[in-house]
Design a protein around this ligand. Structure first.
Ligand SMILES: *Cc1c(COP(=O)(O)O)cnc(C)c1O
Length: 333
């Protein structure tokens, strides 16, 4: 696997650390839990989109883009990391943000990632919940192109085969770390949304014959839809890296039982996961993604579906910048 063939711009502080979580492990009574700290990718408070943006922004630069455009929910971590990457590379950034939660709290609408988007100089347009966001963005991008601006449009979550290369790279990085440390890993668990993280990870691990199962914990779509989305993108990513056909359908597994009331709406188990990680390990999770992933990890351990003797790596995809948009979720707790 030869990722240096693809244009890439360095944005992240890589490799991210792989650390044991002994107090969380003890609190749950085993298995042995480790965390891959992709919340520490370095750009603009970090997160998983930084790895994808290393490949996406390189394409934008190669095309001579003057502006990057992307879309997401109001508290999108992807929008925030894109805004920061654009600032770093001297490009304008325009964001379309969808109101997926209906929250009217000032902290949700103006603090957290939204505040950071503005600090990085991005311009923002809002759309109501349920809008076809990639179509909306393409329309806005086209309008700007007819004015003569060179616009590079990035799909939601940075999830296409180019963005997923960032997680092929993470598969390489993680495998080197566990091999060097002599750690046999039985499972990787992480939050899955727009599918690029899991697709890149699975494509990379399959191409490397790692034989490490990946479990994506869904944050929005039902399981069949999520697995189909991940599989489609994993196949395209494998093809892009010259490993066509290496991903089998059964390599893509999602569990979507921890979405709770909906995208961006924390369940009780989401808040419990945030409190547990914070108090046992001093690690911040976010209520939209990483804490739903962690809630799945915690519950599957309690049910014995993840066995005591296993060694599990929780891929921390970041998102804590969004916490400042969710102070209301702790009111009265
Ligand atoms: C975007 C995001 C995810 C999900 O990653 P996808 O590649 O969209 O599936 C998980 N965690 C956080 C914090 C995110 O911002």
């Amino acid at each position: 696997m030869h990722l240096a063939r693809f244009p890439r711009v360095r944005l992240g502080h890589l490799p991210t650390p792989l650390e044991p979580l002994p107090r969380l492990t003890a609190a749950l009574g085993g298995p042995e839990i480790w965390v891959k700290r992709d919340d520490c990718t370095g750009l603009a408070t970090g997160g998983n989109k930084t790895r994808k943006l290393e490949f996406l922004m390189a394409e934008a630069l190669a095309e001579g883009a003057q502006m990057v455009m992307t879309q997401g929910a109001t508290q999108s971590n992807h929008a925030r990391q894109t805004a920061a990457a654009a600032a770093r590379l001297g490009m304008a950034c325009h964001l379309l943000l969808e109101d997926r939660t209906g929250y009217r709290h000032t902290d949700y609408r103006e603090n957290g990632n939204v505040l950071l988007d503005r600090l990085f100089g991005a311009t923002i347009e809002e759309r109501p919940g349920g809008a076809d966001m990639n179509a909306e963005m393409e329309a806005v991008a086209e309008a700007r192109r007819t004015e003569g601006l060179r616009v590079y449009a990035i799909p939601g979550g940075g999830s296409n085969a180019t963005g997923a290369l960032g997680y092929v790279n993470c598969a390489l990085e993680l495998l080197a770390q566990v091999n060097d440390a002599g750690l046999r890993v039985d499972r990787i668990v992480h939050a899955t949304g727009s599918a690029g993280t899991q697709a890149g990870l699975v494509a990379g691990l399959c191409a490397l014959s790692a034989e490490i199962p990946v479990l994506g914990i869904g944050v929005r779509a039902p399981r069949e839809v999520q697995e189909a989305n991940v599989f489609r993108l994993a196949e395209a990513t494998a093809e892009k890296i010259g490993a066509a056909g290496v991903v089998r359908r059964e390599d893509v597994v999602a569990n979507c039982d921890y979405v709770g009331p909906g995208y961006g709406l924390p369940a009780e188990s989401t808040l419990e996961a945030i409190d547990l990680f914070a108090r046992s390990e001093g690690i911040l999770l976010d209520p939209v993604y990483s804490a739903k992933g962690a809630a799945g990890l915690i519950d599957l351990i309690r049910r014995g579906e993840i066995a005591r003797g296993e060694r599990v790596v929780f891929l921390h995809t970041g998102g804590a910048a969004g916490l400042a948009g969710y102070a209301h979720a702790w009111a009265g707790r």
